[in-house]
Design a binder for this molecule. Structure first.
Ligand code: FAD
Length: 404
């Protein structure tokens, strides 16, 4: 029996290894790029956050039917996945936050162990092969590129989503599945930076700060979280921003992100006296927060508090220092919209999950056809949950497609 798999990313490689556990199965893995797993190398800032110890299916996954993800994530759960990786020769380590990384801290370790494992007599890897058309032969399929075609008995679509277009994200998987009778929900970028028209973005580019973040829509609290944010040329980034990016700015309204730059600090007992003490110096207001905040961020807080950067600190009144502290506690950054698909890590939306069996990943419309990973309408939170979905759904699809 021949199992064809379209897409040599995280879920496609996992599916190939699972299907090939049956030695009577010949697996053909089609990948349009020159190498397997290109996106995987870019994950986790090159460290590959491959899973998360605190995974809870009911909390960490989204889509029109997030419960679709449960059977695969429960059968191939985090423990089982780590054991699977260990059997492939990968050592992993979990951070306190629950995020799991390769012990080497290098994403290429994850890709390497997968690539080595794929070197099996019953797995054929065809890179540079872009599937442009699938013909359903009922039973079986013909998979075509612009100049070649292959016949297989079962077929797994593991083409990923549209996010990360520079790393290979494309519409391909959605289009192939839709041509076979499947439907797609609205696609939108998630785990993505939020844009702002705040005039200080450019000057703060690259600055990171540990904050409490509260997002308001029309002055009503919409979401809040605690963690690191990063200022970018276009707005705000960082894990906390990614967490909320799925839904923020989707509805019309005035969206504001309020940053508490001094979380857990005793502002009136500690910070304010520190600022008051600076009145004994000849410093200008641009140095009011020097030693407390990132210098560039401190200067923005001073300006937002309405204080001239050149004003001598010794001339500042108590109310002005109090205002500067208040500004640091609730620095308001207006939000306009999320960045686009090319900057996003993940696609929210995808092929309608109700059209697949969650226990097997097999299509309810075309027997012998399977799908896994990001192409389906499942997306996870930031923190390793998307790759865990790719491993679990890929292995589930591979195991069932590989059954005779
Ligand atoms: C910058 C970045 C960082 C990320 N970091 C993390 C992280 O740390 N942790 C985490 O959990 N998630 C992370 N993600 C998300 C995660 O990488 C994806 O959710 C995951 O890779 C999806 O797996 P997949 O197999 O469905 O798709 P992909 O890994 O995208 O693989 C799909 C493959 O199919 C190929 N393909 C597509 N169409 C065709 C075709 N027609 N013919 C042949 N081949 C085709 C593509 O070239 C690609 O190689 C990150 C994403 C990005 C962009």
């Amino acid at each position: 029996m021949i199992v064809g798999i379209i897409g040599g990313g995280a879920s496609g490689m996992a599916a190939a290894l699972s299907a090939a556990e049956n030695e009577n199965v010949q697996v053909v893995l089609f990948e349009r790029q020159a190498r397997l797993g290109r996106k995987l190398l870019a994950t986790g800032n090159g460290r590959c956050n491959l899973s998360n110890r605190h995974l809870q299916v009911s909390c960490n996954y989204h889509g029109d039917q997030p419960e679709f993800a449960a059977p695969a994530l429960e059968k191939y759960d985090v423990e089982e996945t780590l054991q699977w990786f260990e059997n492939l020769g990968l050592c992993t380590v979990a951070e306190e936050s629950g995020r799991i990384y390769p012990f080497s801290d290098q994403a290429n370790s994850v890709l390497d162990v997968l690539r080595f494992a794929l070197q099996k007599p019953n797995i054929q890897v065809l890179t540079g092969f872009e599937v442009t058309k699938i013909r359903s032969n009922n039973p079986g399929f013909t998979v075509e590129s612009s100049d070649e075609s292959y016949v297989c008995d079962k077929l797994i679509i593991a083409c990923g989503g549209l996010a990360g277009t520079k790393l290979g994200g494309s519409m391909s998987g959605y289009k192939l599945l839709m041509k076979l009778g499947h439907h797609c929900t609205k696609l939108r970028p998630t785990l993505v930076q939020l844009q702002s028209d705040w005039p200080h973005c450019a000057s703060l580019k690259g600055v990171r700060a540990e904050c409490h973040v509260a997002i308001f829509r029309n002055e009503e609290l919409y979401a809040s979280s605690r963690g690191e944010i990063q200022f970018t040329e276009h707005g705000l980034s960082g894990p906390v921003i990614f967490e909320v990016s799925r839904d923020v700015c989707r509805e019309k309204g005035k969206w504001i992100c309020r940053l508490n730059l001094l979380p857990d600090m005793q502002v009136s007992d500690k910070i304010l006296p520190m600022l008051q003490k600076k009145r004994e110096t000849n410093l200008a207001a641009e140095d009011l927060f020097t030693g407390i905040l990132h210098n560039r961020l401190g200067r923005v807080v001073v300006r937002e508090a309405g204080i001239s950067l050149h004003a001598p600190i010794r001339q500042l009144e108590d109310w002005e220092l109090e205002k500067a502290c208040r500004t640091a506690l609730e620095l308001s950054v207006p939000l306009t919209e999320p960045m686009g698909m090319d900057s996003a890590q993940v696609t929210a939306g995808g092929i309608v999950t109700g059209e697949f069996d969650p226990e097997t990943m097999e299509s309810r419309i075309v027997p012998g056809l399977y799908a896994c990973g990001e192409v389906l309408d499942i997306d996870g939170d930031c923190g390793g949950f998307n790759l865990q979905w790719a491993w679990s759904s890929g292995r589930c699809a591979g195991a069932h497609a590989g059954k005779e």
